[in-house]
Design a protein around this ligand. Structure first.
Ligand code: ADE
Length: 247
């Protein structure tokens, strides 16, 4: 089954980056998903092809006109009956769980705002969900949509090889990732941790889990607070406590 992704944007060329590079290119080439764009400028009704106007009540910037957006959404709806998601800083924050939930859908639409945003009557009548990629303000929704699309595409079946499967990602277990090393064994006097050279897979898995726990506790204690620990994790956390007390 192929996932259908339709994006409403004034800058469809930005999305070419996903088509041209990396894992997203592979996912689209293999047909794991399709990606199409709709430009509100193609749905304008004046000689200037206007897509924005000044905000009622005054203030800086421009607001995207409801008319072209409504007609653009109508055109999208002929092809796509999935939820329409508006990318905006006012939305719920994207995380790995939300990306996985959306990647399981057969179709989604993404609405990218520019300027100060889109007329609220479009948001209230046509948008199913509002998503933010973090507490900062971009100049438009395109990069946010691309972040969401890349997160979803790499989760689709058959896109990543087994070796770098999404099941091994940081966050898929609610923890930050463990450190990684490659050749040479000794780089500028810094040696690779010996356990990684020994070939004992159980020992390596244990070391990696312990590193992931230590990093998560040091850098993102909020993630640990949301998550139960199994027996091994409890043992490793105790070991980390003891090591810390020794220091
Ligand atoms: N548009 C502008 N800023 C954004 C953000 N942080 N997330 C999603 N869409 C946005």
């Amino acid at each position: 089954m192929s996932m259908r992704i339709d994006v409403i944007t004034l800058f469809p060329e930005m999305l070419d980056t996903l088509r041209d590079h990396g894992v997203s290119r592979i996912a689209l080439e293999r047909g794991a998903a399709s990606l199409s764009c709709y430009n509100p400028r193609d749905f304008t009704d004046d000689a200037y092809r206007s897509v924005d106007d000044r905000p009622y009540g005054g203030g800086p910037g421009m607001v995207m006109l409801p008319g072209p957006l409504d007609r653009c959404i109508d055109a999208l709806r002929e092809q796509n009956d999935g939820p329409l998601i508006y990318l905006s800083p006012q939305g719920e924050t994207l995380d790995q769980g939300l990306a996985a939930e959306l990647a399981a859908l057969p179709a989604i639409g993404l609405l990218c705002g520019r300027y100060e945003g889109v007329d609220e009557r479009i948001v209230s009548t046509r948008v199913d969900r509002e998503i933010s990629i973090g507490d900062y303000v971009l100049a438009g929704g395109e990069l946010a949509a691309m972040v969401l699309i890349e997160c979803m595409l790499r989760l689709l079946p058959g896109v990543l090889g087994n070796a770098d499967s999404a099941a091994q990602d940081s966050f898929s277990h609610g923890l930050l990732d463990h450190p990684h090393y490659t050749r040479p064994e000794n780089y500028r006097g810094m040696a690779v941790p010996p356990v990684l050279l020994g070939g004992n897979h159980a020992e390596i898995a244990r070391w990696r889990l312990k590193q992931a726990l230590a990093r998560t506790r040091a850098r993102r204690p909020d993630l640990l607070a949301r998550r139960p620990f199994d027996e091994l994790e409890q043992e490793l956390l105790k070991a980390l406590d003891l090591e810390q007390n020794d220091e």
